[in-house]
Design a binder for this molecule. Structure first.
Ligand SMILES: [Zn+2]
Length: 471
């Protein structure tokens, strides 16, 4: 069997790996690539293989950088099933539609700009910009989803099958164990998807996988160690308290799935313990609201603590002072509100969505804080904010960044170096090779070194488009 690394190779977004058996082709994930606008548009719109040649997709989890190009794959001719967990199916329904809505809005904005430029300069190309896919395309892709429960062997064809394990990354997230049989030979390949962390709130810890021959794994935080969760609560309380003392606002760009719900639970606990003042907290994202509903529906994915919360009749995702905002008017009204208060809004890497308005409206005031809770990919607005550039572009205009920028990497759903190394342990006995994906080069290289030292296994960092034969 062969694997070609078409996405998230030496970068963190656009996860997509092509599996070729003797007769069939499958994809592991089909995510959106994020980064420079032009490059992203080119990479996402065309596939390096005919989509109609793919027999099925195995989807590790719902995050857009793993699922976000599925509607385009379907639009370009893929007609097969998309296998994933039931919670991921529900999350994708909300997320892919939201992604399509953002693509449509973006395309309309660019078309309008082209037309305006055309009026000034006849040499400018007047092409109308088409969205990568529409809400209709997203709905069509949803019809091809097929829910497969965890730990349940799924036969794909005479040679290939898989089963999924809890990845402990977000609701419904999985690691995939592929079984390949050919001429009496068996090959087992584990794919981490995004490797989660033990002791995260809401969801269960990552499962241990059985021994395998090959591992394909993420390396987002390949050279970092996260602090323990108690330290995180303290850090969050400090950030909230000092911003409140300045009378400022706290603006939190957060992924609508996972991070937002975790933050809400953590804030809920801090408030219960009287460690932060009773300030208004707004979750301003229609998607986060939908996703929170989906969380409530999938209690089968919860850990023991969250189940207990529910049993006591407490709603972990709701408390006094917390408001979920869906209407645009209500979102705009937040602009006129005086601090202190907190707004949690998407998108996580500040590449679109309502967070842009809140950032534009807040980052010039040094009383305010931008609280960064997740990994910001290269060339995204989020990364520019983390790097504390003096000026950052928002809606094409430079805005001075004078607000405090605070980081809370520990809330990340991604395992740190130590956790990644430990994740490999139960699989290591007969391991032949590890392939590192989903990491920037320095992160992957650091992890490769540690893995090789610890397990004595060759660890490689494939380039985009590189094909390997697994035997
Ligand atoms: Zn993820």
């Amino acid at each position: 069997m062969k694997i070609t690394f078409w996405g998230a190779a030496r970068t963190v977004t656009g996860s997509m790996h092509l599996i070729q058996t003797s007769g069939n082709r499958y994809l592991l994930d089909c995510g959106l690539y994020q980064g420079h606008r032009k490059e992203a548009a080119e990479r996402n719109s065309e596939f390096p293989f005919p989509p109609s040649s793919i027999r099925g997709v195995i989807l590790s989890h719902a995050h857009i950088d793993h699922s976000g190009n599925l509607p385009n794959l379907v639009k370009k001719g893929f007609g097969g099933p998309i296998y994933t967990t039931s919670a991921t199916v529900d999350l994708c329904e909300a997320m892919l539609k939201d992604s399509a809505f953002l693509q449509e809005k973006d395309a309309a904005f660019l078309s309008k700009r082209h037309q305006r430029r055309k009026a000034l300069d006849t040499a400018t190309d007047n092409g109308v910009v088409q969205p990568l896919y529409t809400q209709e395309d997203a709905e069509k892709a949803m019809q091809q989803f097929e829910a497969v429960p965890l730990y349940t062997p799924k036969t794909l064809d005479a040679e290939l099958g898989y089963e999924s394990y809890d990845a402990g990354h977000i609701l419904g997230s999985t690691a995939i164990l592929l079984h390949y049989h050919e001429n009496g030979k068996r090959i087992r390949v584990a794919y981490s998807g995004d490797a989660g962390r033990p002791n995260q709130s809401i969801i269960r810890d990552p499962d241990a996988l059985p021994p395998v021959d090959y591992v394909i794994m993420e390396s987002t935080y390949g050279d970092r160690l996260h602090q323990g969760l108690e330290a995180v609560a303290g850090k969050l309380a400090d950030i909230v308290n000092r911003t409140c003392q300045r009378g400022g606002k706290i603006i939190v760009p957060a992924f609508a799935v996972g991070r937002t719900q975790q933050l809400v639970i953590l804030l809920h606990e801090l408030r219960n313990q009287n460690r932060i003042p009773s300030i208004p907290i707004f979750v301003d994202s229609p998607l986060a609201v939908d996703v929170t509903k989906i969380f409530r529906k999938h209690a089968e994915c919860f850990d023991a603590e969250t189940r207990e919360y529910l049993l006591k009749g407490e709603d972990p995702f709701g408390f006094r002072n917390l408001r979920y905002v869906t209407e645009v008017g209500e979102s705009k009204a937040l602009n006129d509100l005086r601090g202190p208060f907190m707004i949690i809004s998407a998108s996580g890497m500040c590449e679109g969505g309502r967070i842009l308005h809140h950032l534009k409206n807040s980052i010039e005031d040094p009383r305010n804080t931008v609280l960064v809770t997740g990994f910001m990919a290269e060339n995204t607005l989020g990364r520019k904010i983390v790097e504390k550039m003096v000026e950052v572009p928002i809606f094409g205009e430079p805005v001075r960044l004078r607000a405090e920028v605070a980081k809370l990497n520990e809330l990340s759903g991604h395992a740190d170096q130590h956790e990644l190394v430990e994740w490999v342990k139960p699989m290591a006995k007969e391991l032949k090779k590890i392939f590192l994906v989903h990491g920037e080069p320095t992160q992957s290289a650091a992890l490769a070194k540690v893995l090789t030292e610890r397990y004595g296994v060759e660890t490689v960092i494939p380039e985009r488009g590189e094909t390997v034969e697994l035997a």
